[in-house]
Structure formats: C-alpha cells, structure tokens
Design a protein around this ligand. Sequence first.
Ligand SMILES: Cc1ncc(COP(=O)(O)O)c(C=O)c1O
Length: 343
Amino acid sequence: MSARPIDLRSDTVTRPSAAMREAMARAEVGDDVYGEDPTVNRLQQVAAELLGKEAALFVPSGTMANQAAIRAITRHGDVLLASEDAHVLRFESGAAAAFSGVQIRTLGKGGLFDADDVLAAIPPPDHHFAPATVVAVENTHNVGGGRIVPLATVRGIAAAARELGLKLHLDGARLFNAVVATGVPAAEWAKPFDTVSFCLSKGLGAPVGSLVCADAATIDRVHRIRKMFGGGMRQAGILAAAGLHALAHNVERLAEDHANALRLADGLAALGLDVAPAPETNIVLFRSSDAAAFVAAAREAGVLMNRIGPDQLRAVTHLDVARADVDEALERLRRATQAAAKG
Ligand SMILES: Cc1ncc(COP(=O)(O)O)c(C=O)c1O
C-alpha cells in the first residue's frame, strides 16, 4: 500500500482543521475543576441551550458521558433497557455493571425498538425481579448502521416509560447526524429524555470531548460522578474551544457525509456487496462472507474499514473524507476485488 490510505473506520479519526487549531490556541482558559474556565463554561451553556436543558457538563469522552449519566439516574441492582448492540452495553467495557451495578436488558432488533417492547420487558412488581428503571435510546444507532430512531418512535417509548415511572437516557453520540438528516432540532430530540449525551469528537470533528445535558440537579450529580470517574480536567478550555468551533462550523456539513455514505453504499452494491440497511446518515454496513479477509484486502489496497461481525463490515464517512475520496476508495476496492477474482 503506497498511496495515502482512505480511512473509513470511524468518524472519530478526523484531525482538527487549521481553523479549529487556531481557535484552540487562542482559547481563554482557567482551572475548570474550580469552575473557572470561561471557554468550558461557554461550551456548557451553548450545549444546554442547543439541547433545551437547564445545564450541561463537559466530559472527556462519550463513554464517560453515558456512564456518568447512567450512574446519576440509577441505583445498584436496577435494570436498564437498551437496544440490541447498544454502545452502552457492547463497547463500554462493562462500565454500567462495574460502576453503577446496573444490568442491561436489550430490546428490539438492529438498534430499533418501540413502546410495546418496553411494556413487554417490564417485570411484575415482585421481589424476584430487579426493577427496570431506565430506558436508553441510541440515536443515531452505531451498530444499527447510523440508523435514525424516528421521532414518533422515540416519543412512543418515552410515553410508555413515563407511564411506568422509568427514566430516559439518550446516547446522542451522533445526535447531530439525526438533526441534519431530519431537520428536527436537537432540543426536540432531547425533550423526552432526562439525560442526553452527545459527542464533539465524532462527526463534528473535534479532537476530544462530549457533553451531558440535563436538569440542573441531575448535572450536579453528574459533576460529582465525573470527579469520581477521574474526569475533572484543568485548563480544558483548549478542548472546549475545539467543541465550540465544531458546533459553529461542522454541523450543517454533516449532510455532505450523509451524501457520501449513500454514494459509497451505491458503489459497494455495484461491486456486488450486500449493503443493508440503506444508510440514513454517515454509516454504511455491508456483508462479505469473510469480513476479516475483506478488511485485510481493503487495507492492502489502501482503504481502512472495520469488521463488526464475522461477515459484517462498517464504513463511516466524515469530515476528512471528500466525495473524491469515496470514488477513489471504491476504485481501489474494485481493483482489489478484481485481482482477488483472478488470483
Ligand atoms: C453511539 C456511541 N455512544 C458512545 C460512544 C463513546 O464515545 P467515546 O469513544 O468518546 O467514549 C460511541 C463511540 O463510538 C458511540 O458510537
């Protein structure tokens, strides 16, 4: 492999642009553990307003955002209901069990579940059963292929959860992809939820950081939990400045990533690959009988992507992948598949 690799493994691989680095270099900073970093405070205010919540807290990662929120709204022994392959279950290293003593029960298929699934999952009030106390929705859904959980479904889940006295958490790591794809504002998506996390370091292109948004009392709890988890940062305004830049400049452009994902999906299908579901945002899922061999051959050809199952792969479009890179990636894969067929 000699040409520059085209990296479709994740939207987390982006590097801060010159303008973002400039904003970081100029950031006014203070000690955020004392609450004295003006840039962090501004980012938290902007995030809370965008999400229509009373308060927000800047944390180092999406994992910490989810896990601090879960810790804040559950008690040990509770059951959290989440989608199949939810990030909070599959990719957060068992944190909900380890730090919050929470069991996770999955609902639905492919990232989607609805109010009926919630109702069916609630155990009778009997001392044999751990109480389900929280429903977590992931939107967009990573392993579901960047799928958008429709607003009507979210509202139905929320209504069922409220009726049963359950709380609601939104893993909105890629919430702004849903916002741009649907035109529904972030605050509308966030409204039914007690706690919402979103990431600056995915499609929005910042190097580090996520926010938890909620009412002020819950954010007070999350603040203490962030400290326990070791997530208190000092002159974090340098990072928050990247986040503010991302929110100001990189939201609308997510539409380009979505268009590129569709282009990539069409191209992969034209190469004979089984692409499903059709991408709704910036993630393309497809199948190949031996995903590990496909990843290795693609890498050799100069295209990086991830295997997410024995026969399933994921390719993600992002800020550092232009439309021409998608075409070039497809051309490299075409040559590689032709060579393999001859070979
Ligand atoms: C849906 C979802 N939630 C949470 C996270 C965790 O974010 P981080 O990698 O910043 O911990 C990710 C990361 O890919 C994700 O896809």
